[in-house]
Design a protein around this ligand. Structure first.
Ligand SMILES: Nc1ncnc2c1ncn2[C@@H]1O[C@H](COP(=O)(O)OP(=O)(O)OP(=O)(O)O)[C@@H](O)[C@H]1O
Ligand SMILES: [Mg+2]
Length: 329
């Protein structure tokens, strides 16, 4: 029979072994827990990374489909442009013939009354030819060209053209600043924004009595440009802050209409591709999305101020380039 002291020794040994085992087990458990936590963490990290990648992919996909739609729209515009260019070409030739015929007829000995009438023809022919030239320039542009542009001159050209296509029931008022405002931009693209904004106003003012669209320009200091409180604009807030910080002066082009206004719940979607409240035949929801793209290329911003029944004011801010600032100071 084993001695008691031996048993005590053995129990002690066993206890010791047990303790060692327990510690080992505890350690193993801790390790396992750590591994588990680690893998959980790793899993979480991988999951987050995957989620991020998914979101990026989704963004790229949305951006790609947006670009694709725009390309389709641009292509349509460009074939319309080509069509206009052809019509302009076809009209220019007979106009030259009419002008020349009037010149020849004026050489004849004719009664004064007839001569007075004939005298008006070359002048009108010149006017029409100049107008057709502008139509062609507006409708058909091959290549993007960023150059110094005088904002008021671009608007004056635009105004003459827009008057021809505006519904007669709408009173269009122009208030152009006397200041010279030189910006860096692509004339054709800037006019595209004007056209989109004017068309939006026309679409909604068409049936209204006393319909009015006021188009104005103004030179604004950075401080004044900053004061605009509307949160509905096409630039990203941080980018817009940086642009404001980087430029001293801005050209402000404003389109103010007394149309139905825009409900707040629509204001968030104005620049979204295909956002439209118009019936299919009237709007595609691309006008402002395209204008946003152009504005971003120009470091410009398009800001909406509107309330239902209060009309809509759309402001375009374009930074004035350094040259002009130097001249001013
Ligand atoms: N001046 C405005 N007054 C009231 N609502 C406006 C005005 N401008 C834009 N909107 C609203 O914003 C929407 C989007 O305008 P956007 O120019 O992008 O597309 P659209 O005019 O509907 O179609 P598209 O320009 O392709 O012909 C319009 O459908 C309209 O609801
Ligand atoms: Mg539109």
């Amino acid at each position: 029979m084993a001695k008691q002291s031996d048993i005590v020794k053995e129990v002690k040994l066993l206890k010791n072994e047990n303790r060692i085992l327990l510690t080992e087990l505890e350690e193993a458990y801790k390790n396992m827990e750590m591994i588990l936590v680690q893998t959980e963490r790793e899993k979480e990290i991988t999951y987050r990374e995957l989620e991020q990648k998914y979101r990026t992919l989704q963004k790229i996909y949305t951006e790609l489909s947006r670009k694709e739609n725009m390309l389709i729209h641009m292509e349509k515009l460009s074939s319309i442009g080509q069509f206009i260019a052809e019509i302009v070409h076809e009209l220019k030739n007979p106009l030259t013939v009419i002008g020349a015929a009037a010149d020849i007829a004026l050489l004849e000995d004719l009664p004064n009354e007839t001569k007075n009438v004939l005298n008006k023809i070359p002048e009108q022919v010149n006017r029409m030819q100049a107008l057709l030239g502008r139509f062609k320039a507006m409708a058909y542009k091959e290549k993007e060209k960023f150059e110094p542009i005088d904002i008021n001159t671009t608007l004056k050209n635009f105004i003459e053209t827009i008057e021809l296509i505006a519904p007669k029931s709408i009173d269009i008022i122009f208030e152009l600043s006397n200041e010279k405002m030189i910006v860096k931009g692509d004339l054709y693209q800037l006019v595209q924004i004007y056209l989109n904004l004017a068309k939006n106003a026309f679409d909604l003012l068409d049936e209204k009595i006393d319909a009015k669209l006021t188009i104005s320009t103004k030179l604004l200091s950075r401080a004044k440009a900053k004061k605009n409180q509307s949160k509905f604009y096409c630039q990203k807030p941080d980018t817009w802050k940086n642009i404001l910080r980087a430029h001293e002066n801005f050209a402000l082009i404003e389109f103010a209409d007394n149309g139905p206004g825009i409900p707040e719940e629509h204001m968030h979607f104005l620049f979204d591709t295909f956002f439209t409240t118009k019936e299919r035949s009237k709007g595609t929801g691309l006008g402002l999305a395209i204008s946003q793209d152009i504005a971003i290329k120009h470091n410009a911003n398009i800001i909406f101020n509107s309330e239902p029944n209060q009309g809509t004011t759309v402001q375009i801010y374009v930074p004035i380039i350094k040259n002009d600032l130097d001249k001013k100071s």
